[in-house]
Design a protein around this ligand. Structure first.
Ligand SMILES: [Fe+2]
Length: 208
């Protein structure tokens, strides 16, 4: 990938360094989850004619980079956005915000808002409601819903895993519907099931 900074995306080498830094600052399962989101995004992108697998890999690896500052419920998306923007990675910054909103409705996210002040909340709300989602936004949303720290699994398993950790509310159903739409969208693009290009799904879904 040439001129990566101009494209608003770090190189793969830099993405690895940023993840290592993140691991040092705030170790946790989010690192393995991020690596798996990157791998899944790369595999799906490789099977879509108009997507760049390296871009997908880097965006997947760094979508949760805001967690380097601490696991702070919804604030991690804002931390990630600000961190990426300061480095000039505007395409990554967008992913840091959009990955939590499969549909453009602020009410559909998991996690609590109590770590954001009013100004931060309005910024995220306005950003999400007016954003134009592209295939990379949709791809990272999809892969975020497929990747456990130990690997890629059946989407429904990961959805329940997140719901058990963060709780659930009425708007989550709309988010899940949008995630299934994303799945269908990429399957039509590829002409096959997403699971046919993702390794380890059976083992990770049915392991004890
Ligand atoms: Fe994630």
């Amino acid at each position: 990938m040439e001129n990566c900074l101009e494209q608003g995306i770090p190189t793969i080498e830099e993405a690895k360094i940023l993840l290592l830094e993140g691991q040092r600052l705030n170790p946790g399962p989010w690192i393995e989850h991020s690596i798996n989101v990157g791998k899944a995004a790369e595999s799906i992108a490789r099977n879509c004619k108009d997507l760049n697998p390296e871009v997908a890999l880097v965006l997947g690896m760094l979508h949760d980079i805001g967690i380097r500052f601490g696991v702070s419920y919804m604030k991690h998306i804002l931390h990630g956005y600000n961190f990426a923007m300061e480095k000039g990675y505007y395409r990554l910054a967008k992913i840091c915000l959009t990955h939590s909103f499969d549909c453009q409705d602020i009410r559909t996210c998991f996690g609590r808002w109590d770590f954001c002040n009013d100004e931060e909340f309005s910024f995220i709300k306005n950003y999400i409601e007016s954003a134009e989602y592209d295939d990379y936004d949709r791809l990272i949303q999809l892969c975020d819903a497929l990747a456990l720290p130990n690997g890629i699994c059946l989407m429904e398993k990961r959805m329940v895993d997140v719901a058990l950790r963060h709780g659930i509310h009425e708007h989550i159903i709309n988010k899940w519907r949008a995630t299934f739409e994303n799945k269908k969208y990429f399957e039509e693009k590829m002409g096959k099931s997403i699971y046919s290009v993702l390794p380890g799904v059976i083992e990770n879904t049915f392991e004890m």
